[in-house]
Design a binder for this molecule. Structure first.
Ligand SMILES: [Zn+2]
Length: 122
């Protein structure tokens, strides 16, 4: 079992679920037709989450330009990775840019910008 996903894929699915959430919230608003204020609140919330997902999509765009494209040693496909450690987008092979972390167990805490040695050694 590999619980972690490739970061870019994960953010992308988050943005997608935000769109669905927005549509569902707006749809729920229809049931409150009688009360205009509640309906308006639902519509605004739905709109906000759709706007939020567009922002997340734009954010993925800027992240992708900064991501390093590498060839996965496990499946041989090209994948983009973020941070010091990430997962292959195709086979979820743990990947690292830092040779000192090679062979170590995958841990997302390596990506934390502020190094706290106590938490890493746990
Ligand atoms: Zn792979």
């Amino acid at each position: 079992m590999k619980p972690y996903k490739n970061k870019i894929n994960r953010i992308r699915s988050f943005a997608l679920s935000l769109i669905f959430l927005g549509v569902i919230i707006m749809y729920l608003g229809i049931f409150f037709r009688q009360n205009e204020i509640i309906m308006l609140i639902f519509m605004v919330l739905g709109l906000l989450s759709i706007i939020g997902s567009t922002i997340v999509y734009a954010w993925i765009g800027t992240l992708s330009t900064r991501a390093v494209q590498i060839i996965c040693p496990n499946c041989g496909k090209a994948t983009k990775m973020l941070g010091r450690v990430d997962m292959c987008g195709h086979c979820r092979e743990p990947l690292t840019l830092d040779p000192s972390l090679e062979g170590k167990e995958f841990d997302e805490s390596y990506n934390r910008p502020t190094k706290n040695k106590n938490s890493v050694n746990k």
